[in-house]
Design a protein around this ligand. Structure first.
Ligand SMILES: Nc1ncnc2c1ncn2[C@@H]1O[C@H](COP(=O)(O)OP(=O)(O)OP(=O)(O)O)[C@@H](O)[C@H]1O
Length: 284
C-alpha cells in the first residue's frame, strides 16, 4: 500500500507528497566493514532530496542498495509501496533510473543512440518483432526516436543528436547520462555527483535541469559534494557519516547543525555558519 503524506505544512525532515521510495533499516556490510548502518530514507513525489557526507561515508553504496546493484545485508527498499527485488533491470522497470559517479556512456555510439538504449525497458516489442521488423516494430521505433529527440531537446542536446558521445564536452556527457536515464520514463531519478568536474556555469545549468525534471513530476535523490548546489536545490537533505544517517532536514536545519559542521571539519563549506561568523568578525 502506498503511504499518503499530507501536503504542506510538513514536519521538519518529513517528505511531502506521496511516498515513492522507502528504504527501511538498510545495512550493507563488506566482510568486516559496515559501509551503510541501518539507514532509512523516504523520498516523496515532487521532492528533490539531497544525500551528502564526507568521502567514504557510504553514499554510493546506499545508492547501489537502492538500485539493486548490491543486495543489502539487511533492510528493505520499496517503491510505490512494493518491495523492490535487488536486480537493476527490475528496479529500472519499476520506475527508478540513475546516473553514475563515473560517466558510463557508450562512447562510440551517437548521442541519439545512447538515449535509445535507455528506452529499452519501456519498449514492448519483442525479439521476434525486431527480427521480422513488422509494422509494430516500426511504430515502436518511430515513437522511441521521437521521445529520445524530445529528451535531447529537454536537456539541450538536440543539436548534437548525431555526434558521437565521446566527442561531447564533459558537461554535455553528464547531461546525456541524464537524458538516457530519463528515457526509461522514471518516477524517481537518482543522480550520483551530477556536477563532479563541472565549471560554475555548467553546475548552474545542471541545477536548472534538475528543477525542470522535478517540474515534470519526477522526484530526484541526489548525491553531491557541492554544498551550494545541494542547499539551493533540495527540499530535504540527509547527511551520512561513517555509514550512519546523522541528520535529516531542510537545508537551513542541516547547514546549521553543529554535528554536520563537525563532520565536515577539514572540508569547510561555503555558507557554513562558522564562515559567516568569521566574516562578521573580519568585517568589524
Ligand atoms: N564493493 C566494495 N567492497 C568493499 N568495500 C567497499 C565496496 N564499495 C564501497 N566500499 C567501502 O565502503 C565505504 C563507503 O564507500 P562509498 O563509495 O559508498 O562512499 P561515498 O560516501 O560514496 O564516498 P565518495 O564521496 O568518496 O564517493 C568505503 O570505505 C569503501 O571503501
Amino acid at each position: 500500500m502506498t503511504t499518503t503524506i499530507p501536503e504542506q505544512p510538513s514536519p521538519q525532515g518529513a517528505p511531502k507528497g506521496t511516498a515513492l521510495l522507502e528504504a527501511k533499516g538498510v545495512i550493507m556490510r563488506f566482510g568486516g566493514l559496515t559501509a551503510v548502518r541501518d539507514v532509512s530514507l523516504t523520498v516523496g513525489s515532487g521532492e528533490i532530496v539531497g544525500l551528502i557526507g564526507p568521502n567514504g561515508a557510504g553514499k554510493t553504496t546506499f545508492f547501489n542498495c537502492l538500485t539493486g546493484l548490491y543486495v543489502p545485508t539487511e533492510g528493505t527498499v520499496s517503491y510505490r509501496g512494493t518491495v523492490l527485488p535487488p536486480k537493476p533491470h527490475l528496479v529500472t522497470q519499476a520506475g527508478i533510473a540513475r546516473t553514475f559517479q563515473n560517466i558510463r556512456l557508450f562512447a562510440n555510439m551517437t548521442v541519439l543512440e545512447n538515449v535509445l538504449v535507455g528506452r529499452h525497458t519501456r519498449t514492448r516489442e519483442g525479439l521476434l518483432s525486431a527480427l521480422i521488423r513488422g509494422p509494430g516494430y516500426h511504430r515502436a521505433e518511430a515513437r522511441s526516436r521521437e521521445r529520445a529527440m524530445e529528451l535531447l531537446a529537454f536537456t539541450g542536446l538536440a543539436g548534437k543528436a548525431e555526434h558521437l558521445a565521446r566527442n561531447l564536452p564533459y558537461g554535455e556527457q553528464r547531461k546525456l547520462e541524464i537524458a538516457r536515464a530519463l528515457a526509461s520514463e522514471p518516477g524517481l531519478l537518482l543522480l550520483d555527483e551530477p556536477t563532479a568536474g563541472m565549471n560554475p556555469q555548467e553546475t548552474r545549468a545542471t541545477e536548472e535541469l534538475v528543477f525542470a525534471i522535478r517540474d515534470q513530476g519526477i522526484a530526484v535523490l541526489v548525491i553531491e559534494h557541492d554544498m551550494r548546489f545541494i542547499f539551493n536545490l533540495c527540499d530535504r537533505v540527509a547527511v551520512l557519516v561513517q555509514g550512519e544517517k546523522l541528520v535529516e532536514g531542510t537545508s537551513d536545519v542541516v547547514q546549521s547543525d553543529e554535528r554536520v559542521i563537525a563532520a565536515y571539519l577539514g572540508e569547510p563549506f561555503e555558507g557554513a555558519p562558522a564562515d559567516e561568523a568569521e566574516e562578521r568578525e573580519n568585517d568589524r
